[in-house]
Design a binder for this molecule. Structure first.
Ligand SMILES: [Zn+2]
Length: 204
């Protein structure tokens, strides 16, 4: 109980006065930083977002901060800055949204488009939390995630907290993120609380 209160306070502190609203025509969300990734294409005709996939990401692995996620998603990761960047620099990948360690949210691809995460999944929305499988995610990240999920559920009728999975759930044996460090019960409690603010009951 104490932890949930802490998360709720963190959420209010972090996203105070920020109104996350999804423009249904463009698929871009107001109230967050926008960096357009070229790594996207159209969802198949008639296909709308109906699953939210949670990922963990850190660049280089285990390190936080820096411009590297932006650079990866905009195909400008400098190969000479770290040995790992040389390995992954030619990847063409993206995700719809990233939540940094400090709770800051960046959107890279409109939700109406197919971001190139989870093998270019046709029908999903990709949300990356900056982190690793084993280090606890930050309370402000859960707060921001809850706001994002609530806003998405309000915007897209097929989305609900039941339609929230980890990357490990859809690629078992191949992907482990967001990992055991991700606290599902707390995430679900906060999403339910955030849903009320968006006028949509969000209990899974
Ligand atoms: Zn992933």
């Amino acid at each position: 109980m104490r932890r949930i209160v802490a998360y709720a306070n963190a959420r209010i502190g972090n996203l105070k006065d920020v109104d996350l609203r999804v423009d249904l025509d463009s698929g871009w969300m107001s109230g967050v930083r926008h960096i357009a990734s070229p790594n996207y294409d159209a969802r198949p005709p008639g296909v709308e977002a109906d699953l939210i996939v949670i990922h963990g990401i850190s660049l280089p692995p285990g390190e936080f901060g820096g411009p590297w996620i932006d650079r990866l998603f905009t195909n400008s990761l400098p190969a000479d800055a770290h040995p790992y960047f040389a390995e992954i620099g030619s990847l063409r990948v993206s995700s719809h949204v990233v939540v940094a360690r400090d709770g800051a949210v960046t959107q890279y691809v409109g939700f109406t488009e197919r971001a190139w995460h989870a093998g270019k999944s046709d029908f999903s929305v990709g949300v990356e939390l900056e982190g690793t499988d084993t280090l606890p995610y930050e309370p402000v990240q859960y707060g921001a995630l809850a706001e994002i999920v609530a806003a998405l559920c309000a915007a897209y009728p097929r989305l609900s907290p039941d339609r929230l999975v980890g990357h490990n759930d859809i690629a078992p044996g191949r992907k482990t993120d967001p990992g055991p460090a991700f606290d599902w019960p707390s995430a679900r409690s906060l999403i339910a609380a955030a849903g009320t603010a968006y006028g949509k009951p969000l209990t899974a």
